[in-house]
Design a protein around this ligand. Structure first.
Ligand SMILES: *Cc1c(COP(=O)(O)O)cnc(C)c1O
Length: 411
């Protein structure tokens, strides 16, 4: 045991704590859903990260990525059970040794037809999909042109690749065009963007991005983690929402948000590209197969979403209702359309007090402030779900209004 090393880490943790940047985790004692049970930390119990608590509290959950309410949906749970019975608990292997089952191939095909692509490759997580998509496809002769606010997993994936790197200002098409011109002499250029940006609920302008890609002969990748399953008329994602299905070269996404919420990720696109990833993508080659229960349940999720748009329609109605009522109450709300609803408070201290007061009222939301968002842009992020009923939304709106008045955020 190296004492000096542990002491250095402890000191660095101390600095994180002093800067007020220590992340704590709230412990949920129920299944994920619109109503959850959380542990109330015992104030006498230090960090609050231990198991001892002074009791449980039922709260309304407005901070999960459970957009369609599938995390604990009876049909999804049943499908997972069934897959365990027919295909076992785990594969104890990577895909190319002895880890590919019929349900993995079926899920890949179902994802491809859901997204409007030719083929799909599964990963343990979308973090791995983004980590393993660039290095096999691009090198020094190419350039990756990335939105400045892209997800950490994209940034890490780009780091692992030898391609030249350019960054365009967030959601700024004029700056993207500048970067496309700058890199015109290179072999291939790929424009990379989150389909929806999780802090602001901004939806990427994929239509304009595709037009620029056509003009400058570039490739387009959209990360659909906060979009797949609900954006667009039939829930296919940002490309459907922006009317560019069939024009996106590469789609990465997660099974860990709207599409069931367990875990798992994927990359989808033309079959030649997906085949190259199967040959060369390191997180695919050297990491274990997606659990059969997740593969089996995800197939049922895609069947459900292909049969009916009921869930994404309900999410859309909930989003419209909540955004309208909160606007009427006087709150300053960012973006449009997306079930990520940032309630702007600007002040970091107010954001923390606001979230704490809401929890007292039985509404669980998270305050975000620097460095997660820019200085002076602190906010509470509300995430809506098809699992929310109107009475849940009304309770949240009433709690927001009460706390907002108390903290002088609204009149
Ligand atoms: C959540 C998220 C990921 C990571 O997804 P996992 O499957 O949980 O690894 C990647 N990209 C974006 C944009 C995300 O929001």
């Amino acid at each position: 045991m190296n004492k000096k090393f542990v002491e250095r880490i402890a000191a660095e943790l101390g600095e994180i704590g002093k800067a007020g940047l220590m992340k704590t985790e709230r412990i949920i004692t129920s299944a994920q859903g619109a109503e959850i049970e959380v542990m109330i930390p015992d104030p006498g119990n230090g960090s609050g990260s231990g198991m001892a608590g002074k009791g449980h509290k039922k709260v309304l959950n407005f901070c999960a990525n459970n957009y369609l309410g599938l995390s604990s949906h009876p049909a999804v749970i049943e499908a997972a059970h069934k897959a365990i019975e027919t295909h076992g608990y785990g594969m104890s292997s990577v895909r190319f040794i002895c880890g590919t089952q019929d349900i993995h191939k079926e899920l890949e095909q179902k994802l491809a037809s859901f997204l409007g692509t030719e083929d799909t490759i599964l990963y343990a997580a979308a973090f791995d999909a983004n980590g393993g998509v660039f290095e096999p496809l691009f090198n020094e002769q190419d350039a990756i042109i990335s939105d400045a606010l892209n997800h950490a997993s994209i940034i890490d994936g780009v780091r692992l690749c030898k391609a030249q790197r350019l960054r365009y200002e967030h959601n700024n098409m004029a700056d993207l065009e500048v970067k496309l011109k700058e890199s015109q002499s290179l072999r291939n250029r790929i424009i990379v963007t989150d389909g929806s940006f999780s802090m602001d609920g901004t939806i990427a302008q994929l239509d304009k991005i595709c037009d620029l890609a056509d003009r400058y002969d570039a490739i387009v990748l959209s990360d659909e983690c906060h979009s797949s399953g609900f954006l667009g008329k039939t829930g296919r994602g940002t490309h459907e929402y922006r009317g560019v299905m069939g024009r996106i070269d590469l789609i990465t996404g997660t099974l860990g948000k709207a599409l069931g919420g367990a875990s798992g990720g994927f990359t989808s696109g033309r079959k030649e590209i997906i085949e190259m990833l199967r040959q060369r993508s390191r997180p695919y080659l050297f990491s274990n197969t997606l659990a059969p229960s997740i593969a089996g349940a995800s197939i049922v999720v895609l069947d459900m979403l292909s049969e009916t748009t009921t869930l994404r329609d309900k999410l859309e109605a909930n989003t419209k209702y909540f955004r309208r009522k909160m606007g009427e109450a006087g709150f300053d709300i960012k973006a449009v359309d997306h079930p990520i609803v940032p309630i702007m408070l600007y002040d970091a201290v107010i954001a923390q007090q606001f979230a704490a007061a809401l929890l007292e009222e039985g509404v669980y939301v998270i305050g975000f402030f620097y460095p997660v968002v820019a200085k002076g842009l602190a906010r509470i992020r509300v995430q809506l779900s098809a699992a929310h009923e109107e009475h849940h939304l009304d309770k949240a709106i009433a709690a927001f209004t009460k706390v907002g008045r108390k903290l002088n955020v609204i009149k």
